[in-house]
Design a protein around this ligand. Structure first.
Ligand code: GDD
Ligand code: MN
Length: 371
């Protein structure tokens, strides 16, 4: 038997009495116009305002509107996950009730899924996307959250989007631990998917009511990133694991570079009788070449898609990034010791960590960037 629907639109709500009626109508119209057999599933956390009666009133008019009223464990992510378990279509789409996410784009999400994507993400941070009506503070927080998320999912420009679609199979049996606001990260970190697509959109500030973003949201988010990493380490598969694998390999190669550097320095100075500062220049260059070679063969070498640049430009970029990394290391050593009164060994350690982050991220996304 065919599934009764092509698409389930999941709308989590809390205190959306002023928006929910209008968004249901808008989504309903878009679905009808596009010839999509869709159901609209509103997952509400016992809103005390008029949200529930507003949906009930529409349930009687539109047969494809369903309301679930949750009474325990409230939360946006929890509601979305409950929506996954109750949805009847093979494809789910999640969106906000407050018109921040344009309903007109819904058919494009489904098109991308039909074209083979497992996950389709509405992105504010790709060409053509953006945010409108946000104060600078919210922009900064959002940018920071996005950058942290992109360490785990570099190919995705907006891994914390609240506007996304997925095939049912992506989350079937996935050990989702919904918490906080970033349910998409959880899906990307623990779901089964290979192909992700992004659709640019402009996030509009909510039409009515107020946002429920709390200070604890940021902490929740950091915990979630750690939890997804833990999951990646124990399952050793999926996109987040692939990134961690590269980070670990890059670190191993970095350590091998230290051994090479010290070894050459010692051999040249001790046995070849070369002045130690001259030996050091040779030792540094050989260790850079050592690191380049192993990163090229091993860290990023498993995946030919990382070789979008010529050998010459890879090796040149790697040298530039390393030089800049050394300067960063040295700046931290100097400024933290000189002006912050921190012990020079600790300053140096901090410098090494920051330089490592720099080296990894730039090499990952520039030197060996994917096509
Ligand atoms: N069921 C339920 N329970 N729904 C909730 C809850 C809750 O505890 N809190 C919020 N919602 C619903 C709102 O009613 C709205 O439909 C949607 O979730 C988003 O809530 P907002 O409060 O409007 O969130 P926002 O605009 O600050 O955040 C948006 O941006 C984030 C990325 O920066 C949302 O799109 C998030 O999904 C997104 O992650
Ligand atoms: Mn909103």
């Amino acid at each position: 038997m065919d599934p009764p629907y092509d698409l389930t639109v999941i709308i989590p709500t809390f205190r959306e009495g002023e928006n929910i009626g209008a968004i249901i109508r808008a989504v309903g119209e878009v679905l009808t116009r596009a010839g999509i057999r869709g159901e609209i599933l509103v997952v509400d956390d016992s809103s005390p305002d008029g949200t529930i009666p507003a949906v009930r009133a529409l349930e009687d008019v539109f047969p494809d509107v369903r309301l679930v009223v949750r009474t325990s464990d409230p939360g946006l992510s929890q509601s979305v996950v409950e929506g996954f378990s109750l949805a009847r279509a093979p494809v789910f789409l999640v969106m906000d009730a407050d018109f921040s996410h344009p309903p007109d784009l819904i058919p494009r999400f489904l098109e991308e899924i039909r074209g083979g994507a497992d996950v389709v993400i509405g992105s504010r941070y790709t060409q053509g996307g953006g945010t409108e009506g946000w104060p600078i503070s919210r922009r900064i927080i959002s940018r920071g959250a996005t950058l942290l998320g992109r360490i785990l999912f570099p190919e995705i420009t907006d891994p914390v989007s609240g506007f996304f679609a997925l095939r049912r199979e992506v989350v079937t049996g996935a050990p989702l631990r919904p918490r906080g606001y970033k349910i998409l990260m959880e899906v990307l970190g623990k779901g089964r998917w290979e192909k992700a697509r992004e659709i640019p959109y402009v996030f509009m500030d909510r039409r009515a009511g107020s946002s429920k973003l709390r200070p604890g949201t940021i902490l929740d988010y950091i915990r979630q990133v750690l939890d997804i990493s833990r999951h990646a380490f124990s399952h050793r598969e999926g996109a987040a694991w692939e990134e961690w694998e590269k980070i670990l390999r890059f670190a191993v190669v970095g350590c091998s570079g230290i051994v090479v550097n010290m070894g050459i320095l010692w051999i040249l100075t001790r046995f070849a009788g070369i002045y130690y500062l001259i030996s050091s220049i040779i030792a540094i260059e050989v260790s850079i070449l050592n690191n380049f070679f192993w990163n090229d063969r091993w860290t990023f070498g498993k995946m030919p898609e990382h070789r979008t640049r010529s050998f010459a430009s890879r090796i040149m970029l790697f040298h530039g990034v390393s030089a800049m990394g050394a300067a960063i290391n040295w700046d931290f050593l100097f400024f933290l010791t000189q002006f912050a009164g921190i012990n020079y060994l600790i300053s140096n350690l901090i410098g090494i960590i920051v330089a490592f982050g720099w080296n990894y991220l730039v090499n990952r996304n520039v030197t060996w960037r994917r096509g």
